[in-house]
Design a protein around this ligand. Sequence first.
Ligand SMILES: [Ca+2]
Length: 512
Amino acid sequence: MLTRRDFLKAGLAAGACAGLAGIMPSVLEAKENGYNVLFFAVDDLRPELGCYGISKAKTPNIDALAAHGTQFNRAYCQQAVCSPTRTSLLTGCRPDTTKVYNLEDHFRRFIPDVVTLPQYFKQQGYFTQGLSKIYHPGLDDPASWSVPHWQPNARNYGDPEAIKAIDGEIKQLKAQGKYVPPGAVESDAKTGVNTKIRPGTIPKGPAWESDDVPDNTFADGMTADKAVECLKELKDKKFFLAVGFLKPHLPFVAPKKYYDLYADTKFTVADNPFAPKDCPEVALTNWGELRAYKGMPKNGAPMTDKIALELIRGYHAAASYTDAQVGRVIGELDRLGLREKTIIVLWGDHGWQLGEHGEWCKHTNFEEATRVPLIISAPNQKHKGAKSDSFAEFVDVYPTLCSLAGLPMPKGLEGTSLVPVMNNPKVSVKSAAFSQYPRPGNIMGYTMRTDRYRYTEWAEKGKAPVGVELYDYKTDPKGNVNIANLPENKELSAKLSKMLHDGYKAALVKGK
Ligand SMILES: [Ca+2]
């Protein structure tokens, strides 16, 4: 945790920088010319990237983007699952404001008049377009876009046998009257927008596949093709182009050449494949999302090292596949001479557990599920290639893009512009990052990452916590021991509990 002295020092520096931000040439220029925004949303990508120090990862295009912008080493999503995190980032509001905690509810049910990030840019004269997964599938927000959202039409697998098996299972379920397709449950009478959807029962295939097929066999290759086409069309417009990539979300299906990149790589399994010592049960999941795939351990059976290694390889191959698509789109931006007129942001919608704590997938409040890659590159920015350890939250993306584009700051945003950090990577705009995750029985787990600790409370509203966690990364870098309930930590836990309850506003560095 920051000492009071560090805190004051950071605050003073932040204040000085914030004062200068208003006369930064980039901001002034943006006001006159209007920078474009190229916005990459990557599904289930944790910071398993070369630029984040993962030497086995082969992600040269995202690494090159980081070398051209600011990489946030301590960025956190607000809830580690698709729709809630995307909704939070795209509205600039935290889950307790959007009320979107699941994959079924559209935020317009609860905050009908909220102006989303792309919608705000549209109101400010931008041409806004969304490709593939930006909002959660089935929960698009037409008000965000200048033209209807574009969706690639692709199968999840390249192997005809895998497709045949899934189609056969669907046919069987239909014959038994058990097939429930994904679809709308409620929609807005005026706009026709889905306000509630059901996920449906789509049978799953294998968890990974490496067929020798072209990139655009699958959705992400098609999306990169479409993005290249869009850039050509939009080059003379002021645009906000949102490009969503589905990998490395399960299943880890990528063309063989991306698997081949790792043919000689020696992967290892996580060295902490167990729940943290003294961890409350409520913090854990049974990683049901992964178990639904063919060949995965069923009914609570433990993961084997053999499968774990295949999954880790598959995750990397799928991430390399997406990295190549990011490279194709940025390559076109460069070819069109638009790089110096375009702000680029890339984020993975939440973290992903690759066996740490005995967990797979997301759906927890652990560090591995909440920590995310976030890279922002702006024309004329200072410190290109800086890697900042200052805290960043996904709710900060909206105000940061407004600030970089020179747009007036809308009211009601629950994040803070990260431009002071881009101007000086040592400056912090906040002393902690906040995330949350719900559990059955109206329980919400609130978690807070400080410089040294992660502190989490699981409780029903207004009731005493049913589980408390405290990890000290100074003495326990992998968060393997929950020390919340040790008698000697009573005072520390009470202090962190107060900080958690005081919330994000109290954690802002004053003078920002
Ligand atoms: Ca996701």
